[in-house]
Write a protein that binds this ligand. Structure first.
Ligand code: NDP
Ligand code: 2IT
Length: 448
């Protein structure tokens, strides 16, 4: 049996109850076959695959907090520190009721390769909680964040592990967590990224994931002699990533016509009004029904099981920006039938494995989240640099570096795919390019 198959079997046996983690590992190891086969003896002897699929440590803890009725609530907190071969652990904190160890491990595992692709010195980690921020008062959010950080703070630090935002964790939550860390440690350090601009945050971090997604999509299309201007896009989600993907797509002359949240979606053939979307989502924290109520050209559709949602429309570009496994095989067939040119992932693992395969086999340009959404964490690493030198850079400087990083990522994944004889397979290219650097560091650092 090949080394990859042997390790895949072991990982499946050890983590049978973790479907998302197994999905992420299968995708990566399968696509690494050409590299592993070429170095099988060395990697097997050094147990590279066994080590890279087992986190350095996974921390789980109780998060007790008091709600507005005086009732004590208890959530579960997580931080998985996966691999720090090339730098301190780095990755977001997800606050969503669906959060469990499988989801945090899949995200932490993917973060190793994504962070390596950014060209910056950051290792992979992820954390979060099954806490649901929806409908909570500001005081309840603060109570949760303070309790969460009281425990998490023992395991992180500017040179150890630097968390950031993800689903459900935005500027407000980062603020409450940073305040608690500073209070407990008695120290002001860049322990979190996504901070406010007056206390160590970086300009352009808010926009970075969505903008970066479009910089990469534009580089991909250019390489295939396709002009992004005038192209229609289907976007899912209406959070941080989706909003700034829509904004940058419009700046590049494209026309996003959809967005969604967990209860429904918008189809707006005149193009999404991004100022209105920001008002509804960032200011009012309201549902998309409010967007539709204020915009005569928009249709609102309630989400029902088995429907294609935003993927049913005839568009040129698809940009999934909500959550994992939100674009399945049936959606992929619908997109292909409607002539989609590219699918580039703003979210982490939004496309199922069979849908990815179908899109690739049908000539759709497909770039997975590890490469396509790396702009967020790359800009977090730029925030770490600014914190270290106690300076802050202009918006133009950070945005310019972000654009350069995304173009380099595209060039590197495209080149890695060519080197291993799978030209145009950007999933393999991303996994190979990310893996090469981490493995080189692991081998140099000995058995650890
Ligand atoms: P936000 O919390 O800002 O927004 C998430 C969006 O996705 C919301 O519209 C939300 O709808 C929707 N959503 C979340 N969970 C589900 C679900 N289970 N079913 C349907 N819709 C859902 O998060 P972000 O925009 O930051 O993150 C979106 C994706 O991008 C995630 O996969 C995240 O891991 C990834 N990502 C984020 C980065 C960042 O810098 N923020 C960087 C790289 C990747 P609702 O409000 O109704 O819940
Ligand atoms: O998935 C991701 O890359 C993020 N949520 C951003 C992580 C970060 O440290 O900025």
């Amino acid at each position: 049996m090949s080394y990859v198959d042997e390790v895949l079997e072991q990982v499946k046996a050890k983590n049978a109850d973790q479907p998302e983690f197994l999905q992420a590992v299968s995708e990566v190891l399968d696509s690494l076959r050409p590299v592993i086969d070429a170095n099988e003896e060395l990697y097997r002897k050094n147990a590279i695959l066994e080590r890279i699929t087992e986190p350095d440590r996974q921390i789980m803890f109780r998060v007790p907090w008091v709600d507005d009725n005086g009732q004590v609530q208890v959530n579960r907190g997580f931080r998985v520190q996966f691999n720090n071969a090339i730098g301190p652990y780095k990755g977001g904190l997800r606050l969503h009721p669906s959060v469990n160890l499988s989801i945090i491990k899949f995200l932490g595992f993917e973060q190793i390769f994504k962070n390596s692709l950014t060209t910056l010195p950051i290792g992979g980690g992820k954390g979060g909680s099954d806490f649901d921020p929806k409908g909570k008062s500001d005081r309840e959010i603060m109570a949760f964040c303070q309790s969460f950080m009281t425990e998490l703070g023992k395991y992180i630090g500017a040179d150890i592990d630097v968390p950031a935002g993800d689903i459900g964790t935005g500027a407000r939550e980062i603020g409450y967590m940073f305040g608690q860390y500073k209070r407990i440690q008695g120290m002001f350090e860049g322990v979190l990224t996504g901070k406010g601009l007056t206390w160590g945050g970086s300009l352009a971090r808010t926009q970075a994931t969505g903008y970066g997604l479009l910089y990469l999509t534009n580089a991909l299309l250019k390489d295939h002699n396709i002009d992004i201007a005038g192209k229609t896009c289907a976007v899912s989600g209406s959070g941080n990533v989706a909003i700034y993907a829509i904004e940058k797509a419009q700046q590049l002359g494209a026309k996003p016509v959809t967005c969604s949240d967990s209860t429904g979606w918008i189809y707006d053939p005149e193009g999404i009004d991004v100022a209105l979307l920001k008002e509804v989502k960032e200011v009012k924290r309201a549902r998309l029904t409010e967007y539709a109520a204020a915009r005569p050209s928009a249709e609102y559709h309630e989400k029902k099981n088995g429907e294609h949602g935003v993927w049913q429309y005839k568009v040129d570009l698809a940009l999934p920006c909500a959550t994992q496994n939100e674009l399945d095989l049936e959606d992929a067939k619908m997109l292909v039938a409607n002539g989609v040119i590219s699918v580039t992932e703003g979210a982490n693992m939004p496309t199922t494995l069979d849908a990815t395969k179908y899109l690739q086999e049908n000539g759709v340009l497909f770039v997975g989240g590890k490469a396509a959404n790396a702009g967020g964490v790359a800009t977090s690493a730029l925030e770490m640099s600014q914190n270290s030198e106690r300076l802050s850079w202009s918006f133009e400087e950070v945005d310019g570096k972000l654009k350069g990083i995304m173009e380099t990522i595209y060039a590197n994944i495209s080149d890695a795919a060519k080197r291993y004889g799978v030209e145009g397979d950007y999933v393999a290219g991303a996994n190979i390019a990310g893996f090469e650097k981490v493995v080189d560091a692991m081998l140099a650092q000995g058995v650890c």
